[in-house]
Design a protein around this ligand. Structure first.
Ligand code: GLU
Length: 284
């Protein structure tokens, strides 16, 4: 059969277009595999999010600035220090080869997801519990710290644990924290005063504006160590497994974080960081 010249040209173009489309599909598949945890990894597998961090030359991390033991800014030196900061530095070292190639930006419980999702930060390392609700908005790394919700009261308070919290107890907490939702579920009708951050909530407790401050035990121990007039009471009444959050779909970043955590655990550095801040080795 004789084909017209224009039909031949068209056929060649169509075949070329199909090859290009097939090629794209293959590449995409390869990238997805690499990001999803293909052992091959390596520079060639870097996808957009990691490439962007490398191009910028520093990791932007959202951390707390007001939470002793996890992320606390020293107002005199301007330095931010804590468990979350040491973990962040290890991730910067993994991705960029330099633990100081990092910029720490302040987040609160309320601002951390919006700041992540509008691109101000690459990840959140800020006492953040992995929850099903949050998984709808962000992706999480493996668990890197196990906390549980508890109560901080003035020494001598009649509140000795969750059992003594009633509808008439005035509880203080931080906006956007799981602790607010949890206490309302545990004690229906309880009054909760919500503050923008933990510093303000603790100041309010000291000023007698409430009976107890509620959040994770590890955070409360940090507050109690600041002021001997206050103590953590009762047993933890929730599980708060902390995860590092990234924008949805950034599987390559999650992999880099999980690899870092696994390495820190294998080489003993995780235990050293934990002991440095928490004062004892992690439970095995
Ligand atoms: N871990 C809890 C949460 O993610 C409480 C601590 C916090 O507010 O950061 O909400």
């Amino acid at each position: 059969m004789k084909m017209s010249k224009s039909f031949k040209v068209l056929s060649v173009l169509m075949i070329a277009a199909m090859l290009v489309i097939a090629g794209c599909g293959n590449n995409k598949g390869k990238n997805d595999n690499a990001a999803g945890g293909n052992a091959a990894g390596g520079a060639a597998a870097d996808s957009a999010a990691i490439a962007k961090i490398k191009e910028r030359g520093k990791l932007l991390v959202g951390v707390k600035f007001d939470t002793r033991l996890f992320g606390l800014k020293d107002p005199t030196s301007g330095k931010v220090e804590g468990f979350d900061i040491d973990i962040s530095k290890a991730i910067a070292k993994k991705i960029l080869g330099d633990e100081n190639a990092i910029e720490l930006k302040e987040v609160t419980s309320k601002t951390r997801i919006p700041m992540l999702n509008n691109g101000e930060i690459d990840m959140v390392v800020a006492t953040m519990t992995i929850t099903e609700d949050r998984k709808k908005e962000v992706d999480f790394s493996d668990v890197y710290f196990q906390a549980g919700q508890s109560l901080l009261v003035k020494k001598g308070s009649p509140i000795t644990g969750l059992e003594s919290v009633t509808k008439d107890t005035k509880i203080l907490g931080s906006k956007g924290a799981t602790s607010i939702k949890n206490i309302k579920e545990k004690v229906p009708g309880v009054t909760v005063l919500e503050f923008d951050n933990y510093q303000d909530a603790f100041s309010a407790l000291k000023a007698g504006q409430g009976d107890a401050l509620t959040t994770d035990d590890a955070i409360l121990y940090g507050m109690a160590s600041q002021d001997p007039g206050f103590e953590v009471v009762g047993k933890p009444f929730t599980d708060e497994p902390y995860g590092i959050a990234v924008q949805k779909g950034n599987a390559d970043v999650v992999k880099a974080i999980n690899d870092t955590l696994a390495e820190l655990k294998a080489n003993g550095e995780y235990d050293a960081i934990y002991t440095k801040w928490i004062g004892k080795a992690p439970a095995k």
